[in-house]
Every structure is written in C-alpha cells, then in structure tokens.
Design a protein around this ligand. Structure first.
Ligand code: HEM
Length: 281
C-alpha cells in the first residue's frame, strides 16, 4: 500500500459560468448543461449505469450522514508528495474547461495501517480471490464487467473526545482491543465491528475497504472508501450503523462524523485505458 494518497473531487461548471472552451469541452463529451453544479457526470451525460444511485442521506438522534454528490473522482497514490501535487495540477488543468475542483483530501498511511485512534483498519477485508469477488462486477457485457462501485466518505474525528475515553470504552467503541487487535467477544451491540460484521447480513455484505487517515491544519479523521460489485453491501452496513434497523447507532458516532458521502462508478480498464463503452464513449 502506498504511503500517500490524494483524493480529488470535481463538480461540473455551472452552465452560466461556462467559458467558450468549457462549452466546447462539454460538446466533446456530448453532455448538456449541468442540471445542478454538483451533479454526477453520468447524469449530465444522460447515461445510466445499472446499480449506480445517489448516496443515501440519513438523519437521526446524534447521527447525520450527508449525501454530497460529485461529478468525478480521481484517486492519486504514491510515495512522493511533490509528484502527487504535480500530477494533481496536470489533471486539474486538463479538466478545467468543464470541471472545477470541489475538494482535495490528502491522506496518508499511519503505522501498519492504523486509524488515527490507533486501531488497525482493514483486518477483516476479504483477500485474494474473495477480494475480487466482493469488489469487481462480473458481467460479460462490454464495458460493464470488470467495473466496480465505490462509496467514499470523509469522516472528521474528535480526537480529544476519543482520547478522553477510558481504554475499555475505546475498545468497546470499535469492538477490538487496541493493544493486539483481538476481536472482543463481549463487546456491546453498538460496537463498530458488531454493527458491520460482514457475515451477519443476509446476504453476506462483503466489501473491500481502502480507507486512510487524513489531516489538515485544523481537523483530522478518516477517508472511508469501500469498493463493491454493487452498492448493496455498503448500504446495508451503513443502514445498520445509523440505527435504521433497530434504533441503535454505531458507537463510532460518539466521536466522529461524516462530512461528505458520494457513490461513484469506477469503469473497467481495457488495454491499460479506462473503458467507457458502457456509456457510449
Ligand atoms: C470513521 C469511520 C470509521 C472508522 C474509524 C472505522 C474503523 C474500523 C476498524 C478499526 C475496524 C476493525 C478492523 C477491520 O476489520 O478493519 C473496522 C471494521 C469494519 N468497518 Fe469500519 N470504520 C469506519 C467507518 C466505516 C463505515 C462507514 C463502514 C460501512 C458503512 C465500515 C465498515 C466496516 C466493516 C465492514 C468492517 C469489518 C467488519 C467485520 O466483518 O468484522 N466502517 N472499521
């Protein structure tokens, strides 16, 4: 896993603020004016990908999960910060006629793959063939098979609040022991890993998570990313986390909250290039 990542999210330019070159770029993409400045590119292109839908917004007692659509997502990974910054600038320039950057998150690997709370993240990820089964669409149709769906959320931690909890309460929040990552049999039902235990769903809800810590001058947290062959498994986990099934919210919400939430379609790759045949490009 690379040590550094940068997440660029773009929105389409408003029709009114579009320059001549942006209109030309939009013509090239054969898309009409953006109905809303933040709408997804596929909707602007009037194309549909089976299974792609807007990110669900949840609001309840102590829980607010926003839905913040984006037109495009670029995920840059590497070992050298300067290289990532320069690549990001190149991409922004290429896209500038039709898209503007709506957010950049700089993420980094912490220790052996820890969240900033000190807990290991990713332990129960499916591996090898099982990872591909969970994350990649299997379909014979050109441009459809080999794709994936991603759920991306930026979470902001209250690290002082978490640090002030006694260690037992911290372990009970996650459902694992910080010292050795052992799953706690006696963890409360609100513990994060109890809420999201992938085998406990029907059908089983396996996803491939690739979350990373992030920080800026004033805030810090986790960029949560899950890839799935559909969005169903993630959505089932999220519903349970917010308490939509039984009124019990995930204990994570006591110290952290999501500030963005978006679903994206990740096209397959063919001969080293993104394969956009599914949307006629
Ligand atoms: C701030 C946000 C989050 C943090 C800090 C966090 C952290 C963790 C940690 C430490 C684990 C235990 C180790 C592991 O198996 O990876 C875990 C497990 C897991 N998390 Fe999260 N997580 C967050 C958000 C989410 C969200 C939004 C979802 C899905 C909606 C999710 C789904 C899962 C799943 C599926 C597991 C494995 C459960 C199992 O099968 O044992 N997490 N998470």
């Amino acid at each position: 896993m690379p040590n550094l990542e940068s997440w660029l999210l773009f929105r389409g330019m408003r029709a009114t603020s579009r320059s001549a070159s942006s209109k030309a770029c939009a013509r090239k993409l054969r898309c009409g004016p953006w109905p809303r400045s933040r709408t997804a590119l596929l909707f602007a292109l009037q194309k549909r990908i089976e299974g792609l839908r807007p990110f669900p917004h949840h609001k309840g007692e102590g829980v607010d999960v926003p839905s913040t659509p984006a037109a495009l997502w670029c995920w840059l990974r590497g070992e050298e910060r300067g290289e990532i910054v320069l690549r990001a600038r190149e991409i922004e320039k290429i896209l500038a006629p039709a898209f503007e950057t709506s957010g950049v998150i700089d993420a980094f690997k912490h220790g052996r793959g820890l969240d900033l709370t000190g807990y290991e993240d990713g332990t129960e990820n499916p591996k090898g063939k099982k990872a591909a089964e969970a994350a990649i669409v299997r379909d014979k149709r050109a441009g459809i098979g080999g794709a994936s769906f991603a759920a991306v959320q930026q979470w902001v931690h209250d690290l002082d609040k978490f640090a002030a909890m006694p260690r037992k309460q911290q372990d009970d929040t996650i459902g694992r022991r910080k010292t050795d990552n052992k799953e706690l049999g006696g963890a409360p039902p609100s513990a994060h890993v109890k809420r999201t235990a992938q085998e406990s769903f029907s059908p089983e809800a396996f996803v491939l998570r690739r979350s990373m810590p992030w920080a800026d001058a004033t805030r810090a947290g986790l960029v949560f990313v899950a890839f799935g062959k559909s969005l169903d498994a993630f959505e089932a986990q999220l519903r349970r986390m917010v308490g939509a099934e039984d009124g019990m919210a995930d204990a994570l919400f006591r110290f952290t909250r999501p500030v963005t939430g978006v679903y994206l379609w990740c096209p397959p790759v063919r001969k080293g290039r993104i394969d956009l045949r599914a949307i006629g490009l």
